[in-house]
Write a protein that binds this ligand. Structure first.
Ligand code: AMP
Length: 543
């Protein structure tokens, strides 16, 4: 067989040839912007030319600090097409983390949304390798600000050589992108993606067993384009010719739902907290939506959330699992055809698992050196390998702790049932070890979120003088609903062994979230680690 390289530029060229009239809709600070794939293609080409004129060469890193919009999408293709490396930067990092990753990645040019420039101005002096800041949008005065040298994106595109030619064929294993993932302790870790990995990951998104993404879809990545390639959706959607909808700066649940309804989005993707927000909006101000798949991942989707979307709103809700290190999609929870006959509660339980391995990957769930039995009970760490799984962190000693003997050690503890469905029990560090026995914080959270009065819930392990660790729950109630601590603990007692039930439950207005919308357990742990001891001593307890 021919050894044609698998390159991002091939996805782009195919899409330009076959789908020039398809539409890209992008919400920006100046209103909704619409254009065709053909216009997108011309601008993408000009962006490559403009970057080359700024001195970017194959292998150089180009950072983006931007929301999900059409200019970010142009960068998604322009940078890899020219052989350079697209480094998407999380806009919610601290100044220290930002300067660390821009320097560590050796970013040469940064593409920055005008309304995010303020994140870089205090650290400009530390970004010694950055030679140019290219600003998306904003007025001319922003170019005279402290971020220098600064260029207007639109001006650069206008002046760029439209006949710029791309470098000769690249090696498919060469880097095309990178993204940093936050570590539990220490500095963020850089994951580098290859053309081959992203090509195959995009192809996997089109499989009927996964997202079945196709030309007939209207795809809206809600998941930020600065996080794990927005789950690879921009690459797959453009390749296959889908209409693309990009929700722009800081979209609220109302804005998202309006876009879903008005643009007739068929597939949207986000973390559970996003889907919880949209559900609330759907219930207070219903809109007609045409979603064929609400894709939810990044954190466990509570069964109650799946049920609410499907039973009340007839929106198919699909749970998937992945990591920055896995490009990211690795597991997809869709029933096998013969499982459709199972009773609803059994189907729901299965669909709330993280699901089956995506074709193309390999997995093991191990306890020490031994693989666990596929009995839905024995727990072990999930290991993955395959063409879109990273094999190390960029220039980082910590690689050796995670990439061992050719396998990525995910740090996620899971069981596998007889059919191969993987159920995450917890992150290794989130499992609660009470008197030597494991308690799954994820199971408790899912159960709490099934209570009709509960909006959000999370559970952490905190120190206990006798049992070493005990679960502590945090709950946000739905607006206008009430439930007492005792109601909720009794609700759990009906479903779990007594020793699983949290020692206490704290009501909050909001659970702190990570930069990508997951529950920020670390900050709760810091604040509440000695809560039970203090309660025992009857000392002051934080609000
Ligand atoms: P990140 O690299 O920041 O996207 O985080 C990856 C981690 O998120 C995984 O290792 C899991 O712990 C968690 N995660 C991702 N998807 C899911 C899911 N569907 N259910 C539970 N946890 C998930």
């Amino acid at each position: 067989m021919m050894k044609t390289p698998l390159l991002v530029s091939h996805l782009f060229a195919y899409s330009q040839t076959y789908f020039p009239t398809k539409e890209i809709v992008s919400r920006t600070s100046n209103g909704v912007h619409r254009y065709t794939y053909a216009e997108f293609g011309k601008r993408t080409h000009r962006l490559s030319a403009a970057l080359a004129a700024l001195g970017v060469r194959p292998g150089d890193r180009v950072g983006t600090l931007a929301w999900n919009d059409h200019r970010h999408l142009e960068a998604y293709f322009a940078v890899p097409n020219m052989g350079a490396v697209l480094h998407t930067i999380n806009i919610r990092l601290s100044s220290d983390q930002l300067s660390y990753i821009v320097n560590h990645a050796k970013d040469r040019v940064l593409l920055v949304d005008a309304n995010l420039v303020h994140l870089l101005t205090p650290i400009r002096q530390q970004l010694t390798r950055v030679q140019a800041f290219v600003i998306f949008g904003g007025d001319a005065s922003i170019l005279d600000g402290p971020l220098q040298p600064a260029y207007s994106y639109e001006d650069l595109l206008t002046q760029a050589n439209p006949n710029f030619s791309y470098p000769i064929e690249l090696d498919e294993n060469s880097p095309m992108g990178m993204c940093y993932t936050s570590a539990t302790t220490g500095l963020p870790k850089g994951v580098v993606y290859s053309h081959r990995g992203i090509y195959l990951h995009s192809m996997a998104m089109g499989l009927a067993n996964t997202a079945a993404l196709s030309e007939s879809d209207t795809v809206m990545p809600i998941v930020p384009m600065f996080h794990a390639n927005a789950w690879g959706l921009p690459f797959a959607a453009i390749w296959f010719g889908a209409k693309v909808v990009l929700p722009g700066p800081a979209p609220s649940p109302g804005v998202l739902l309006d876009l879903i309804a008005e643009e007739r989005v068929t597939l949207a993707a986000g973390v559970p907290t996003i889907w919880l927000g949209i559900l609330k909006e759907l219930e207070t101000q219903p809109r007609h939506v045409a979603l064929r798949m609400a894709l939810c991942g990044g954190a466990a989707a509570p069964p109650a959330l799946i049920q609410a979307y499907e039973e009340k709103h007839h929106i198919p809700f699909v749970h998937a699992y992945g990591m920055t290190e896995t490009s990211p999609l690795a597991l997809f929870s869709r029933l096998k055809s013969y499982q459709e006959k199972l009773p609803y509660t059994q189907k729901l339980t299965l669909r709330a698992t993280q699901g089956l391995l995506v074709p193309g990957l390999e997995m093991r769930v191990t306890n020490g050196d031994q693989d666990v039995a596929w009995d839905g009970a024995e727990m072990g760490e999930l290991l993955l390998r395959g063409p879109w799984i990273a094999d190390g962190y960029e220039d980082d000693e910590r690689s050796k702790d995670t990439f061992i003997d050719g396998w990525l050690h995910t740090g996620d503890v899971a069981t596998v049932n007889e059919e191969g469905f993987v159920k995450l029990v917890d992150r290794t560090k989130d499992l609660v070890k009470s008197g030597g026995e494991w308690i799954s914080s994820m199971d408790l959270e899912n159960a709490l979120m099934a209570h009709p009065a509960v909006f959000e819930a999370t559970v952490i392990g905190v120190a206990h003088p006798k049992w070493n660790e005990r679960p502590l729950a945090f709950v946000v109630l739905k607006e206008g609903q009430s439930a007492s601590k005792q109601d909720l603990l009794t609700f759990l007692t009906e479903q779990f062994p007594k020793w699983w039930v949290p020692d206490d439950l704290i009501f909050m207005h909001e659970i702190p979230k990570t930069s990508v919308g997951k529950f920020l357990k670390r900050s709760l742990r810091e604040q509440y680690q000695d809560y039970l001891q203090r309660r025992q001593n009857d000392t002051e307890i934080p609000e």
